[in-house]
Design a protein around this ligand. Structure first.
Ligand code: F6R
Length: 265
């Protein structure tokens, strides 16, 4: 696992955006796994800047959402399809037909999950999966005690997750109880897993996933088994890590070929 600790949330966005921009330049038809929530917003903003100022072309990129709420009406502004259309498809100039989101409005949720796995299989593998992490260690909506080999399926959102996501709704009761989420096994299939984290409320989850034991009590810790997992955290999110000096030392001494291309100032 490569761990990068940077000063600010904006730096998280710049560094992650540099990595993803370089991927899309070298592979215009890249398959990107896209997370929602607040964590990746600076990453998407940095990519949108590269599109606008540096001519980055994302029109051939295929995107797969990590998850979707179950039961929101089609077109609900907080459905992850709508959020991704707003925050990613528009600003990055993705082809809307190349955005894949699990169908949380389906009458047959089990079939929708199977169909999503089939689409990932047929169009994948995902080249790079962007991830955030929940304060309880979840990735995707794989809440604590999720199976490490799980595939896309329905999950019940933990009360903590519903409370955390209440900020996007008019009242906490409006946050759906269920979601369709890529499983931990699905996420592990991505060639690269890139997790971004900002803020003190993520510090325990980051310490658990990077330096703790691999345990389903902290689902993100499964990334310790991923052959190319990258964590980019700001100082607040990294504040409970023990090996911070080692990560800085590694960063300073990265061979040039491994260093992310820095976007031009
Ligand atoms: C979002 C997702 C979740 C979030 C996590 C962190 O698609 O799958 O795992 O990444 O809940 O949310 P934020 O970034 O809002 O703190």
């Amino acid at each position: 696992m490569q761990v990068y600790v940077v000063a600010t949330p904006a730096e998280v966005g710049r560094l992650a955006g540099a990595k993803i921009g370089a991927l899309i330049r070298s592979k215009p038809e890249a398959v990107l796994g896209v997370a929602t929530g607040s964590s990746p917003l600076d990453v998407y903003a940095e990519l949108a800047r590269q599109v606008k100022e540096e001519g980055l072309d994302c029109s051939k990129v295929t995107a797969f959402a990590l998850d979707e709420y179950v039961g929101l009406p089609v077109g609900h502004p907080e459905s992850y399809r709508k959020v991704l259309e707003r925050d990613v498809v528009g600003p990055l100039g993705l082809n809307p037909d190349k955005l894949n989101v699990p169908d949380g409005a389906s009458d047959d949720i089990a079939a929708a999950a199977i169909d999503y796995e089939r689409r990932i299989r047929e169009q994948g593998p995902v080249d790079l999966q962007i991830l955030g992490i929940g304060a309880n260690g979840h990735i995707g909506f794989n809440e604590p005690t999720s199976s490490f080999s799980s595939r896309t399926r329905i999950k019940t959102l933990a009360p903590k997750t519903r409370a955390d996501n209440a900020r996007f709704f008019d009242s906490p009761e409006q946050v759906p109880m269920h979601c369709l989420t890529q499983g931990l096994g699905t996420i592990l299939d991505a060639r690269t897993a890139l997790l971004v984290a900002q803020g003190e409320n993520k510090a325990a989850a980051i310490a658990g996933m990077v330096e703790g034991p691999v345990t389903s009590m902290c689902p993100g810790s499964i990334l310790q088994f991923h052959p190319d997992a990258i964590v980019i955290a700001d100082e607040a999110a990294a504040s409970q890590l023990k090996l911070t000096e080692y990560y800085a030392y590694t960063y300073e001494n990265l061979p040039s070929w491994q260093r992310f291309e820095q976007p031009q100032a």
